[in-house]
Design a protein around this ligand. Structure first.
Ligand code: HEM
Length: 364
């Protein structure tokens, strides 16, 4: 009976292709001996993760299509936030999913670990693809690993299929979400000025100078307060506070030239109560929440692995827990994290110019 004919009825098992799905937990063709209960649990947990990775990739790709445009319509921001929030929730769920893995006793894992050979989560191409799609830079990776090169090597060794490689190449050849986000931030109206307007660079330079001045003033207040309450000598405290302002200036003017993307980000974060900035800041918050949940997921994996194999090396040949702990230092959205150090309390901020442009006048 085919779809659309009178006797056709969609069934639960048919819709979910359960017969096919539930026949996949016994290891590859000819795998012997058949997985014991503990090993089947190990397989199912991995498969469940990979299914969630599949959905994460889909969500991120949908968000990417919306963000990677020369003009991102404002009304698309809620949809992007929606995709990112779903990914964050999935990572939260996955962080807890390691708990199921931990019900495997270390010695019971050793009973079948040798059967895995050199196979390892390190070869999870979906995990690599999502890192590339997000925009993790190779320079941050342990040993500067190049995932595209690694994927080509795996394809050569027959460890991944040609179609996986071509999907991976397609993702690698596009701007990452981090890059698309940065391009979008660079178009933020700053103090009412649009990026392509003739006076823009003057206005943006002034915004950056005013902000740095606000940081200096705020810094002086902090120094005076710390000294007044006897929490430190002025000289060392001043040294640290002033160094932070120098770093802020370098951040906003890398190599001496204003980064409009970072200035836009700072503007949104500083004047986050302006109605027009409500969705932009929600989008930024969603990226931060996503990365935070991913880091917690990485960290929970490392703790599970430490409990399971101690300090042994991984089946993929890495140092094991030390390697996994090093991955918790990765930051994709470097600017979104860094800008937090530059923020000053609202009372110290210069008033925004042209506040009607952003939805309401400052003194209304
Ligand atoms: C007993 C359970 C597990 C142990 C002992 C374990 C151990 C390890 C170790 C030691 C590594 C580092 C690479 C290596 O040398 O192999 C690694 C990487 C990885 N594992 Fe696991 N793992 C376990 C379960 C899982 C599960 C259920 C998943 C879900 C898919 C997973 C996903 C990954 C991923 C994606 C990586 C690569 C991380 C990166 O390079 O950033 N692992 N695992």
């Amino acid at each position: 009976m085919t779809e659309g004919t009178p006797g056709h009825r969609m069934t639960y098992g048919g819709y979910l292709q359960l017969d096919e799905l539930l026949a996949l937990q016994n290891g590859p063709e000819g795998y012997s001996p058949a997985p014991c209960n503990d090993e089947q649990h190990f397989i199912i947990v991995h498969q469940a993760f990979e299914l969630w990775f599949k959905l994460i990739l889909r969500e991120l790709k949908e968000a990417h299509v919306l963000l990677n445009q020369e003009h991102v319509p404002e009304e698309k921001l809620p949809k992007m936030v929606h995709h990112l929030e779903r990914v964050t929730e999935i990572f939260r769920l996955l962080s807890n999913q390691w708990k199921v893995m931990e019900t495997l006793a270390p010695q019971d894992f050793l009973a079948f670990r040798d059967k895995l050979g050199t196979s390892s989560g390190f070869e999870s191409w979906q995990m690599r693809e999502l890192e590339v799609l997000l925009g993790l830079e190779n320079s941050q990776r342990m040993g500067g690993m190049d995932p595209l090169e690694h994927m080509r090597k795996m394809a050569n060794e027959g460890k991944v299929s040609a179609s996986v490689l071509s999907d991976f190449e397609a993702t690698s050849s596009q701007p990452s979400l981090r890059e698309s986000l940065s391009a979008w931030l660079a178009r933020t109206p700053i103090n009412g000025s649009l990026a392509d307007s003739s006076k823009d660079s003057e206005i943006v330079e002034a915004f950056v100078d005013d902000h740095l001045e606000a940081m200096r003033e705020h810094g002086e207040q902090v120094i005076a307060h710390i000294v007044a309450i006897g929490h430190g000598e002025e000289a060392p405290v001043r040294g640290r506070i002033e160094a932070a302002t120098v770093q802020a200036a370098d951040f906003l003017r890398p190599e001496g030239v204003v980064s409009r993307s970072r200035a836009g980000l700072l503007f949104i974060e500083s004047y986050r109560d302006l109605p027009l900035l409500a969705w932009p800041r929600k989008l930024i918050d969603s990226f931060v929440a996503l990365e935070q949940s991913m880091l917690l997921f990485r960290s929970a994996h490392a703790r599970m692995v430490e409990r399971m194999i101690g300090r042994r090396m991984g089946t993929g040949g890495s140092s094991g827990v030390d390697y996994l702990d090093a991955t918790t230092k990765y930051r994709v959205f470097v600017d979104l994290w860094a800008v937090r150090t530059l923020l000053v309390k609202q009372d110290n901020l210069p008033p925004v110019d042209d506040s009607t442009f952003y939805g309401f006048a400052a003194n209304d």
